[in-house]
Write a protein that binds this ligand. Structure first.
Ligand code: NAP
Length: 374
């Protein structure tokens, strides 16, 4: 019996990597459903090649198409590789339906971490992260946390430090960063990714999203979650235990490994498609502190997470709008952080995290951010 897998956002960077991984393991997995926002040509090709029973173009079906793929009865695993807030309802639906959600769509946890964990508990589903940093942490704590399912109970953990490549502007002077072009911002030094996450990596908003994601997944408070710059992207996270021991997971920057692990956790599967690690080829590994003052979105995002309630949903929404405006050439790079900061200043936090309060916070923050973009 092979396991059925649905891929939400199969035409994107993570979606295509997932299909490559699955094609190497047809004896273990079969593809059930695929979705794209509007790339219907590529989606049709993917459906033919993989034998998927369902393919949905969301711009034609509306968000219902995502829910159909996420809850398809033949899928035991749902890979959520949609970008942005659009992934939230599908994650909740899959967890309520008892699926394993292999989660690349970190925005889901940032917006509504408590709701997502609650949906997993109520529906019997589980969340396994695809983000390389969170996959690294999971691999380090598996078999060591007090219980195997996420969120891990942190009694044995003292601190998690996520690594950041530093993005394309790691060593640029601050004045030059403010006027960086779209092309320069998309030119990530170590990872090839979709456009939105590439910009988030350049502003370090991506690391803020990841700290909030780690808070929800691993149960540590914000004081025990750190970020360090590691330009080679070989070590994906440091996990410090109460006895002072520190574990890490290493690998060349290639998302196929964390994707495979999210499909098989806690098992491991031999995969000839993933390059063998060679420390000599990896070269010297270096670490440096984050230039937090020059990349303010990291602190702004973590502070939103710390405030709780709907603050992180507002941070995420404002960031999505500002990044879109930057990619369309409507604002300069330095304005992204200013717009997010201005939106958060206006945001009245609702403490109760319900689907309605999160959606309302997302809507209000988008409106405010759009006004600030003008
Ligand atoms: N890329 C990476 O290496 C990486 C690593 C870690 C985490 N992540 C996370 O994984 C997620 C996906 O990233 P990505 O780089 O793969 O993005 P991407 O290349 O832009 O792909 C996004 C996918 O989602 C679809 N999509 C976009 N907007 C949608 C909407 N409103 N409703 C439904 N579907 C929508 C797109 O369809 P179309 O093709 O039709 O536009 C595409 O299939 C993000 O949350 C990102 O932060 C990515």
């Amino acid at each position: 019996m092979t396991k059925g897998v649905s891929i939400l956002g199969s035409t994107g960077s993570i979606g295509q990597s997932t299909l490559r991984v699955l094609a190497r393991h047809r004896d273990r997995f079969h593809v059930v459903a695929l979705t794209a926002l509007d790339s219907d040509g590529l989606l049709g090709e993917q459906a033919r090649e993989s034998g998927a029973a369902m393919a949905r173009v969301i711009n034609r079906t509306g968000p219902e198409g995502l829910i159909q793929a996420a809850t398809h009865p033949d899928a035991g695993i749902v890979v959520n590789a949609v970008v942005g807030a659009a992934g939230l309802k599908a994650t909740l639906a899959a967890l309520h339906a008892g699926k394993r959600v292999a989660l690349a769509n970190k925005e889901t946890l940032v917006m509504a971490g408590q709701l997502v964990l609650c949906a997993a508990r109520e529906g019997g589903g589980e969340i396994v992260p695809i983000d390389s940093e969170h996959s690294a942490v999971l691999q380090c704590v598996t078999g060591r946390a007090d219980r195997p399912a996420l969120p891990a109970v942190p009694a044995l953990l003292r601190r998690i430090t996520l690594t950041a490549s530093g993005g394309p502007f790691r060593d640029w002077p601050a004045e030059r960063v403010r006027d960086a072009s779209v092309e320069e911002a998309l030119n990530h030094p170590t990872w090839r990714m979709g456009r939105k996450i590439s910009i988030d990596s350049a502003t370090l908003a991506n690391k803020a999203l990841e700290v909030i994601e780690a808070h929800h997944l691993f149960g540590l408070g914000y004081d025990d979650l750190g970020v360090i710059v590691h330009p080679q992207s070989i070590i994906h996270a440091f996990v410090e235990f109460v006895d002072g021991s520190v574990l890490s997971q290493l690998g060349f920057p290639n998302m196929e490994l964390p994707i495979l692990y999210a499909l098989t956790h806690p098992e491991r599967l031999a995969d000839p498609g993933v390059a063998r690690f060679d420390p000599v080829q990896a070269g010297p590994l270096t670490f440096e502190p984050v230039r937090a003052r020059d990349f303010p979105l990291l602190t702004l995002g973590v502070e939103a997470g710390r405030k709780g309630g709907t603050a992180a949903a507002a941070f995420n929404a404002a960031n999505e709008i500002a990044v879109e405006a930057f990619l369309m050439g409507r604002i300069r790079f330095g304005r992204i952080a200013e717009i997010v900061e201005g939106t958060l200043e206006r945001h009245e936090i609702t403490d109760a995290v319900t689907l309605d309060s999160v959606i309302e916070a997302d809507r209000r923050a988008r409106e405010d951010a759009r006004r600030l973009c003008c």
